[in-house]
Design a protein around this ligand. Structure first.
Ligand SMILES: CC/C=C\CC/C=C/CC(=O)SCCNC(=O)CCNC(=O)[C@H](O)C(C)(C)COP(=O)(O)OP(=O)(O)OC[C@H]1O[C@@H](n2cnc3c(N)ncnc32)[C@H](O)[C@@H]1OP(=O)(O)O
Length: 243
C-alpha cells in the first residue's frame, strides 16, 4: 500500500478514512496475507497528523478527526495481516506512530530520513496510546528521553534505540521488505495472529476503555488558545523554512 496524499502524506481526515477502508478491503480478501506500507513519494514517508485538521476548526471537527485517528490506530495495530513498514522518507510524529504499529520496520539509509515522536517540539503532548506504542517498542527509559526531548532519530540512531528493525540502502528497501515478508508469511497465520493479539491486547484495551475520555481530552487541549498559537507558529516556521 502506497501512501499518497501530496505534498507530505499528512494524515488528514480523508486520508485516515481511506486507509481504514483499504485495510478492511485487504483483510476481507482471503488471497491477501501481508501488506507492505510505503510512500509514493520517496523522501517523505508521512509528515504525521495533518496540522490543518488541528488548527482553527471547531470542537465537533476536532472530535471527528481524533475518532478517525483512533479508528486507524486500532485497525492497523490489530490487523490480522503481516504489516511491514518500508520507510522511504522522513517519518515524524504520526508518521512514526504509523510505523510503530506495523509488525516490522525497515528504514532507508539516508540522514534526512529521521523518525520519532517529536510532539513536544510543537508544544503539544503525545497522547498515552502514542506513548504506550513507543514504550512497547523501545522500552520505558528510551521512550521517556525521546518523548520529552521530541527526538527525531537519523537511521543509525533509530536502529540503535530499536525504533526500526533494519536500516538498508535506499535501493534495497523494497526487496528487503519482500524478503522479510516471506519470512513472516512462513509462519502459520493462526499461530502468528493469536500471538500478535496476545502481545497487543493490553495496549488496545487501554485505549478502548478510555476512547471517549481521550477524545474529550484532545478536543479541550487542542481548543486552547495557547495550543492554537503554538501550532500556528510551527506551521509558520515550516513555511518560512522555504524562503
Ligand atoms: C492530548 C493530545 C494532544 C495533541 C496530540 C497531537 C499529536 C500530534 C501528532 C502529529 O503528528 S503532529 C504533526 C507533526 N508533524 C511534524 O512535525 C512534521 C512537520 N513537517 C516537516 O517536518 C516537513 O514538512 C517534512 C520533513 C515532513 C517534509 O519537509 P519538506 O519536504 O521540506 O516539505 P515542507 O516542509 O516544505 O512542507 C511542504 C508543505 O507541507 C506542509 N506540511 C508539512 N507538514 C505538515 C503537516 N504535518 N500537516 C499539514 N501540513 C504540513 C508545509 O507547511 C508545506 O506547506 P506549504 O503551504 O508551505 O507548501
Amino acid at each position: 500500500m502506497k501512501l499518497k496524499n501530496p505534498p507530505v502524506n499528512s494524515l488528514s481526515l480523508e486520508m485516515l478514512t481511506e486507509l481504514v477502508i483499504n485495510l478492511e478491503k485487504l483483510e476481507n480478501d482471503k488471497a491477501v496475507r501481508g501488506l507492505v506500507l510505503t510512500s509514493e513519494y520517496p523522501g517523505i514517508f508521512s509528515a504525521g497528523l495533518d496540522l490543518m485538521e488541528m488548527c482553527g476548526r471547531n470542537p465537533a471537527h476536532y472530535a471527528e478527526y481524533w475518532k478517525a485517528l483512533q479508528e486507524f490506530w486500532l485497525k492497523l495495530y490489530q490487523s490480522s495481516l503481516v504489516v511491514v513498514a518500508a520507510i522511504n522518507g522522513a517519518s515524524p510524529a504520526g508518521g512514526c506512530l504509523m510505523s510503530l504499529i506495523c509488525d516490522y520496520r525497515i528504514l532507508a539509509d539516508n540522514p534526512k530520513y529521521t523518525i520519532g515522536l517529536n510532539e513536544t517540539l510543537l508544544g503539544i503532548v503525545a497522547p498515552f496510546w502514542f506513548k504506550d506504542t513507543m514504550v512497547n517498542t523501545i522500552g520505558h527509559r528510551a521512550s521517556e528521553r525521546a518523548l520529552q526531548l521530541g527526538l527525531l532519530f537519523p537511521p543509525a540512531e533509530a536502529l540503535q534505540v530499536g525504533l526500526v528493525d533494519q536500516v538498508v540502502p535506499e535501493d534495497k528497501l523494497q526487496s528487503t521488505a519482500l524478503s522479510v515478508m516471506a519470512q513472516w508469511l512462513a509462519i502459520p497465520d493462526h499461530a502468528r495472529q493469536l500471538t500478535k493479539t496476545m502481545m497487543r491486547k493490553p495496549t488496545v484495551d487501554h485505549l478502548v476503555k478510555q476512547r471517549d475520555a481521550d477524545i474529550q481530552n484532545f478536543v479541550s487541549f487542542v481548543s486552547r488558545d495557547s495550543i492554537q498559537k503554538s501550532l500556528q507558529m510551527y506551521l509558520q516556521k515550516l513555511r518560512q523554512k522555504k524562503s
